[in-house]
Design a protein around this ligand. Structure first.
Ligand SMILES: Cc1cc2nc3c(=O)[nH]c(=O)nc-3n(C[C@H](O)[C@H](O)[C@H](O)COP(=O)(O)O)c2cc1C
Length: 275
């Protein structure tokens, strides 16, 4: 078991073994540490019951005030997947994966309930409610990801589904008060194009104790991480500008938002005023 722990730690941080007693072995934690996004899938159907199992895992996530203000839309029709792939920056894995899940923040169910009971939902138009739906959907989705990986499946989130929110909403016939937070490809990973575990920032950059403090070694730790990320991509025959340059490039201009710079208006058009 210590070898497994060391391997998991090494994969995740590229930094040798964990400090003694700094890592508690556990099967669920091991599944989490083995996560990697999968962008190449086999043309192999999923076992019966996969969708229902993933949904049960997703619904087991916590939910703000137990409002359960999210829904799941499962897409398996190849033509619809192809159209969604085009709307999401032409990402081929959406077409390839047998199952494409769209995680929805969904206040329409409670709105319909309120209309039946003739109640006005005055708290609904506020940003906090919108966030609640998005957070609920994200927590549910991540539970499904862990369940899928535990079942031997691969996944990748598709945030680019928000690039053309209106067209996606029309394709999926989303009513007002329903917002697609992101998509998720699910399928068997193609063993000929295996995905590797991508290293993360060291814990020293992420963890604060009691109060927030900028780590003294911040610049050095980021330089080290840049090297780890470059080595990760080099091992797969890919070049990388490093994490720091890539992250700054990603946020430097609005072009990188690929249409999402208009998201606030699109969200408002879906019936969320975001007050
Ligand atoms: C909300 C969200 C949206 C994402 N959108 C995309 C996407 O549109 N396309 C893609 O290939 N990967 C997408 N990803 C995957 C990230 O690129 C990936 O998680 C990150 O690079 C870390 O790699 P790993 O998941 O293999 O550890 C997304 C991830 C998240 C959490």
């Amino acid at each position: 078991m210590p070898e497994t722990n060391n391997r998991l730690w090494q994969q995740r941080y590229r930094d040798g073994a964990p400090q003694p007693d700094a890592f508690i072995p556990d099967a669920v934690v091991a599944t989490l540490l083995e996560h990697r996004s999968v962008r190449a899938y086999l043309d192999r159907p999923l076992p019966d019951g996969t969708l229902e199992t993933l949904l049960a895992a997703a619904q087991s996530a916590a939910s703000s005030s137990n409002l359960q203000v999210w829904s799941l839309l499962a897409v398996e029709d190849p033509q619809r997947k192809a159209r969604l792939a085009e709307l999401a920056n032409g990402q081929a894995h959406i077409r390839q994966a047998p199952l494409f899940l769209v995680w929805l923040a969904d206040f329409s169910r409670l709105q319909r309930l309120a209309e039946r009971r003739e109640v006005e939902l005055q708290a609904l138009p506020y940003l906090d409610s919108f966030l609640m739906g998005a957070i609920d959907a994200a927590l549910a989705a991540q539970n499904a990801v862990t369940a899928a990986e535990s079942l031997g499946l691969g996944t990748v989130y598709i945030g680019a589904l928000r690039n053309q929110l209106q067209a996606v909403s029309e394709e999926l016939r989303l009513p007002p008060l329903v917002y697609p937070v992101f998509g998720l490809c699910v399928g068997y990973a193609d063993p000929d194009k295996p995905a590797q575990v991508k290293p993360r920032l060291p814990q020293g950059l992420i963890l604060h104790r009691e109060t927030y403090a900028v780590p003294e070694q911040e610049a050095q730790l980021i330089d080290d991480y840049d090297r780890a990320i470059a080595a990760f991509f080099a091992a797969q025959g890919q070049q990388s500008p490093g994490w720091s340059r890539q992250s700054l490039e990603r946020l430097k201009s609005i072009e990188t938002l690929h249409g999402r710079e208009r998201l606030a208006e699109a969200v408002k058009a879906q019936g969320f005023p975001l007050r």
